[in-house]
Design a protein around this ligand. Structure first.
Ligand SMILES: Nc1ncnc2c1ncn2[C@@H]1O[C@H](COP(=O)(O)OP(=O)(O)OP(=O)(O)O)[C@@H](O)[C@H]1O
Length: 187
């Protein structure tokens, strides 16, 4: 079966790689994704993020990642692509801006609960996200007759396993743990 990836438009740029609205076209179906891409040579970060995200299959408040593969692109050579579900409503930051920074209190309670549910799934997998902010929480079309967007935690580029020594950052050699109140750093 012939499968073609079409990159339709740029959704945004991260500190590594670019995110496109992409479409997988086959003779029997077309499917829309957000496709995060980087030159194959620098793809180790993205591959690590994909491995982490695959642990969250079926978690309703974590962005879903489907797979990753390398394609050859004119003028760019080999490019590694990670396929994510597309968030059509942008991020929580966009939502906050839409309300002039003042999301109604009752809505805030529901949104907070969604974020906590996502964080529970993160901590159940003994991970720490390390970059939780409104821009990294994506918004999806309301489901099942509700009025509110569904929020999902995204961008696990900096995520780390708890209790494993950090070999990559300025906190090299540090072990991290979470407690109900805080993240604890232990040198
Ligand atoms: N699944 C998605 N659906 C829709 N838009 C997305 C999706 N993932 C990312 N984007 C858009 O692409 C932009 C870049 O995302 P990316 O996760 O690469 O980096 P970032 O969070 O902006 O920055 P950094 O990687 O430096 O933390 C985001 O700001 C967002 O606008």
């Amino acid at each position: 079966m012939k499968v073609k990836l079409m990159k339709i438009k740029v959704l945004g740029n991260g500190s590594y790689g670019v995110v496109h609205l992409g479409k997988i076209v086959t003779p029997v179906y077309n499917q829309i994704y957000a496709v995060k891409s980087i030159n194959e040579y620098y793809s180790s970060f993205l591959r690590k993020e994909k491995e982490i995200l695959l642990k969250f299959f079926g978690c309703p408040n974590i962005i879903q990642c489907y797979s990753g593969f390398t394609s050859f692109e004119q003028g760019q050579g080999e490019v590694y692509n990670m396929f994510l579900e597309y968030a059509p409503e942008g991020s929580l930051l966009d939502l906050m801006n839409k309300y002039g920074g003042k999301i109604p209190e009752n809505d805030v309670k529901c949104y907070t609960q969604m974020i906590f549910e996502g964080l529970l799934d993160v901590h159940e997998r003994v991970l720490i996200h390390f970059d939780l902010k409104p821009g990294n929480i994506l918004a999806f079309t309301p489901q099942h007759g509700t009025r509110l967007s569904t929020l999902k935690i995204a961008d696990f580029r900096l995520a780390k396993q708890q209790g494993v020594k950090d070999t990559t950052s300025r906190f090299r050699g540090t072990k991290y743990y979470t407690s109900p109140k805080s993240i604890i750093r232990e040198s």
